[in-house]
Ligand binder design. Structure first.
Ligand code: GLC
Length: 508
C-alpha cells in the first residue's frame, strides 16, 4: 500500500503557506496510523515551480521551499524508524528550462550539451518541425530566437524534453538514481515514463479522428510517434537493473496507455521493466458495476506471468474520487481500492473523503488550467492543503495556504474524523488493518462472482466483497457473515443497503 504525499499541501512548518519536509516529518504519525507500507513524495527538488516541481532544475538537491538535504535525511530516518519505505518522484522525460544542462544547451548550436535536448530547424515555411501537441495545450515546440531552432517539450515550454538517445544524458540521469539510492531511498515513482523516447526522425503524429476541442489540444493528434516507442523498454530495464543492485527497491512507472501497451512495462525475463506500471483504470472507467467488472477482469487477464497488479483512485492530477462519484460512493470506492488484488495507491486527503472544493478564479495556480481555461482541466481541486483540525487554516499552516482549503474543512478534517467511529478515516484504517491481518485480502486470488447494473461482487480467496454501486437497496448475491460494512449501522442479512459495500465470510 502506497500513500502519495503532495509536499506543497501536506503540512507547513515555517509559516509560508506551503508544505515542507519538516512538516511531513511532523505528521508521520497520521501516515503510520493509517497502516500504509510506503510513502511516495511528489517532487521536492529545486524547481522554478512552473509545474509545481515537475520542472526540475537540479535532481540532486532539495528546493529551499521544502527544506534541505539535512531535512531530507531526517525525514528519511523518521520514515524508516516507523517501518515505512520512502519513494521519490523521478522526472526523466524533461528538466526545467532553468536546469544548468538546458541553459548550456540553448547557449549555442555548438555547445557540447546541445544534443542533450531535442532541437530541430524550423519547417521550410518557418513553422514548427512537426505537428506534435503538448499535453498542456499548444504546440510541443518552442522557438529559441537566440539559436534559430525549436526545442521539444511534451509539457510546458518551461519543461524541455531530454534526448534519451544521447548516451551522456543516459549516464547523467542514471547517476541521479544512484545519488538517491545511495542516500537510502526505497524506490521511485517514475514520471511520464512512456514519454521518454520519440520515434527516430520525429515524424508527424496522425490526427485524432475523435478529437473534440473540449478534450484539450493534447488530444488533437494521436501520440503514435511522440511517445511509447520500443526503446523505452530497454531503458526501463536499465532503471530496474540499477534499482535491483540495491536490494529490495520499488519502481512504479507512470504509464497512461491502454492495457495491452501498459502490460509491456512489466518487461520480460530478459529485460524486466518496472515493478508496478501504474494502473489508472479505476479513474477512467464509468462508475457502473458491469463496466468496472469487465475492466477488472480484463486487467487481471492481461497481466503477464508474475506481474503484480496495482490500483489507483486518486492523485494530484485526477479529480477527487468523492467529487466524481459522490461522498457515499467514495466509501464504496475505498473498499474496492483496498480489497482488489494488488498494491493500492492512496492519495492524501482521500482518506477523509475530500470532495468538491471551490477555487476562486484569482486563486487558480495550475498551469494546465491557466493555459486552457474553461475546459475543467484544473488540477488545483485535488491539491488543496490537508485539513488537520478545526484551528486556523486547519492546522496546515500559520499563514494563508497557497491554495484554499476544502470548503467543509471545519468538519472534514483529521481530528474530527479520528473521533468519529463512522468516519471515512476510520473506515480506511479498518480496511487497511483487515488487509494486513487477512492474507485473503493481501495475497488471495481474485474471482468475479457477480456483476449486474447495480452490484459488483468478487471473491478474494475465501472472502467475498459485495459492493452496491447505486443509491437503492439491492439483493446481496452471496449469503454470509459480515466482517465489515462501509455503512455506520449494522449489516442487514441478505441485502445491500443503498451505497453499501461489505466484506463477508460466505456461508458454505
Ligand atoms: C505527470 C505528473 C504531472 C505533471 C506531468 C509533467 O503526469 O503527474 O503532475 O504535470 O507529469 O511532468
Amino acid at each position: 500500500m502506497i500513500y502519495q504525499i503532495y509536499p506543497r499541501s501536506f503540512q507547513d512548518s515555517n509559516g509560508d503557506g506551503v508544505g515542507d519536509l519538516a512538516g511531513i516529518a511532523r505528521r508521520l504519525d497520521h501516515v503510520a496510523a493509517l497502516g500504509v507500507d510506503a510513502v511516495w513524495l511528489s517532487p521536492i527538488f529545486p524547481s522554478p515551480m512552473a509545474d509545481f516541481g515537475y520542472d526540475v532544475a537540479d535532481y540532486c538537491d532539495i528546493d529551499p521551499l521544502f527544506g534541505d538535504l539535512a531535512a531530507f535525511d531526517a525525514l528519511l530516518e523518521a520514515v524508516h524508524a516507523r517501518g515505512l519505505k520512502l519513494l521519490l518522484d523521478y522526472v526523466p522525460n524533461h528538466t526545467s528550462d532553468q536546469h544548468p544542462w538546458f541553459k548550456e544547451s540553448r547557449a549555442s548550436r555548438e555547445n557540447p550539451k546541445r544534443d542533450w535536448y531535442v532541437w530541430r530547424d524550423p519547417a521550410p515555411d518557418g513553422g514548427t518541425p512537426n505537428n506534435w501537441t503538448s499535453d498542456m495545450g499548444g504546440s510541443s515546440w518552442e522557438f529559441d530566437a537566440g539559436t534559430g531552432q525549436f526545442y521539444l517539450h511534451a509539457f510546458l515550454r518551461e519543461q524541455p524534453d531530454l534526448n534519451w538517445r544521447n548516451p551522456q544524458v543516459r549516464a547523467a540521469m542514471l547517476d541521479v538514481l544512484r545519488f538517491w539510492l545511495d542516500r537510502g531511498v526505497d524506490g521511485f515513482r517514475i514520471d511520464v515514463l512512456w514519454h521518454c523516447f520519440k520515434a527516430a526522425g520525429l515524424p508527424d503524429n496522425p490526427p485524432n479522428p475523435d478529437y473534440r476541442p473540449e478534450l484539450g489540444e493534447k488530444f488533437a493528434v494521436l501520440q503514435t510517434n511522440s511517445a511509447n516507442q520500443p526503446e523505452i523498454h530497454q531503458l526501463a530495464a536499465e532503471f530496474r537493473t540499477m534499482a535491483d543492485t540495491y536490494g529490495e527497491r520499488l519502481l512504479v512507472g507512470e504509464v497512461c496507455l491502454p492495457v495491452p501497451s501498459l502490460m509491456q512495462y512489466y518487461g520480460s525475463d530478459a529485460a524486466p521493466g518496472v515493478h508496478l506500471p501504474f494502473n489508472f483504470q479505476l479513474l477512467d472507467t464509468p462508475w457502473q458495476a458491469r463496466a468496472l467488472a469487465d475492466m477488472i477482469v480484463a486487467y487481471e487477464a492481461a497481466l503477464p506471468p508474475g506481474g503484480w497488479p496495482n490500483w489507483v483512485i486518486g492523485s494530484h492530477d485526477a479529480p477527487r474520487i468523492a467529487a466524481r462519484v459522490g461522498e457515499a460512493q467514495a466509501r464504496v470506492a475505498m473498499m474496492m481500492l483496498l480489497t482488489l488484488r494488488g498494491t493500492p495507491t492512496l492519495y492524501q486527503g482521500d482518506e477523509l473523503g475530500i470532495g468538491k472544493v471551490t477555487i476562486p478564479p484569482d486563486r487558480v495556480r495550475d498551469p494546465q488550467d491557466l493555459r486552457q481555461p474553461g475546459l475543467g482541466l484544473g488540477r488545483d481541486r485535488s491539491r488543496t492543503p490537508m485539513p488537520w483540525d478545526g484551528s486556523t487554516h486547519a492546522g496546515f499552516s500559520e499563514a494563508e495556504p497557497w491554495l484554499p482549503l476544502n470548503d467543509d474543512w471545519h468538519t472534514r478534517n483529521v481530528a474530527t474524523q479520528e473521533r468519529d467511529p463512522g468516519s471515512m478515516l476510520v473506515l480506511t484504517r479498518t480496511l487497511l488493518r483487515l488487509r494486513r491481518d487477512l492474507a485473503a485480502l493481501s495475497l488471495g486470488g481474485f474471482r468475479l462472482i457477480h456483476a449486474d447494473d447495480a452490484v459488483l461482487c468478487y471473491a478474494r480467496a475465501e472472502l467475498v466483497v459485495a459492493l452496491n454501486l447505486t443509491g437503492e437497496a439491492q439483493d446481496c448475491p452471496v449469503a454470509g457473515t459480515p466482517l465489515l460494512s462501509t455503512l455506520r449501522t449494522p449489516f442487514i442479512a441478505g441485502m445491500l443497503r443503498p451505497d453499501e459495500g461489505v466484506i463477508l465470510i460466505p456461508e458454505l
